[in-house]
Design a binder for this molecule. Structure first.
Ligand SMILES: C[S@@+](CC[C@H](N)C(=O)[O-])C[C@H]1O[C@@H](n2cnc3c(N)ncnc32)[C@H](O)[C@@H]1O
Length: 250
């Protein structure tokens, strides 16, 4: 089976995994980088905003934003079981009538995806080989903010991902995790008119918040090509600095 065949996501993110994620989410709510992403996207209020949640899983991001006052959301997910779990939870919380559910690959469904004030890619970019196409679709549809959670650059993370992929290959699993370079991801978003305004790094995941550039006077963050440190300015007054990893990009 090819990496990008939709059925692969139904197998990787199957009913058992969806059930477990839903139980965890109901018991503990959004956690870790997902909770941070929701906070970042919701900064300053979301009253009346629209949301596009790409690869939404059981729906934590858009459901939280809807509960905080967003008007409506589109949940697009390549996994049927995850989409079904998200719908179930939205129905339980009385939010389902404000959500459009789409099953499939967001890149292939691009023509059906609406523009939205807030767009989320929570731990999705690393599931998809064609990073450029996916981030392009998400960026083009972002009216205000794009929030992403993806593996950070760095040797340890790349080793962990390589080991996971080797283990998957050994078991005959076609699913792969992709360690796309952060500067390449941000390059796509920046070319589409978005700038980083906040970032946070955990040991594995990083959370990046981007906003649509208001005009040509907005200073662009500096991202050197290839290896090296990069610095992103933050409208909140803080500045984050880190080093790019040295492993080859996928
Ligand atoms: C690791 S899970 C993350 C789920 C959720 N966002 C979270 O953080 O809990 C990745 C999700 O992205 C979906 N996905 C991956 N690539 C996708 C694509 N190109 N279009 C739509 N969904 C995608 C998968 O089906 C899966 O539900």
């Amino acid at each position: 089976m090819h990496c990008c065949e939709p059925d692969m996501y139904d197998v990787q993110f199957d009913a058992a995994a969806a059930d477990q994620k839903l139980r965890e989410y109901r018991a503990k709510g959004p956690r870790g980088s997902t909770a941070r992403l929701i906070d970042d996207l919701g900064r300053g209020g979301v009253e009346g905003f629209t949301v596009l949640d790409i690869g939404a899983g059981v729906g934590a991001v858009h459901q939280s934003l809807l509960a905080a006052g967003a008007a409506s959301a589109t949940d697009v997910d390549a996994s049927g079981p995850y989409l079904a779990a998200s719908r179930l939870e939205a129905e339980r919380r009385g939010l389902a009538d404000r959500v459009t559910f789409l099953k499939g690959d967001a890149v292939r469904l691009a023509a059906e995806l609406p523009a939205a004030d807030l767009v989320a890619l929570d731990r999705v970019v690393c599931c998809y080989r064609d990073m450029h196409a996916l981030v392009q679709v998400a960026s083009d549809r972002t009216r205000r903010r794009l929030g992403m959670v993806l593996p950070r650059d760095g040797a340890l993370v790349r080793i962990a991902i390589a080991l996971e992929n080797r283990w998957g290959a050994f078991r005959g699993d076609p699913f792969r995790v992709y360690a796309h370079r952060t500067d390449a991801v941000l390059g796509v978003a920046r070319a589409a008119g978005l700038d980083v305004v906040a970032s946070h790094r955990g040991w594995f995941w990083q959370t990046l918040l981007l906003e649509r550039r208001s005009g040509p006077e907005t200073p662009a963050p500096r991202y050197p090509q290839g290896e090296g440190r990069w610095v992103s300015g933050s409208k909140s007054g803080s500045t984050s600095v880190w080093s790019c990893g040295s492993a080859a990009a996928t």
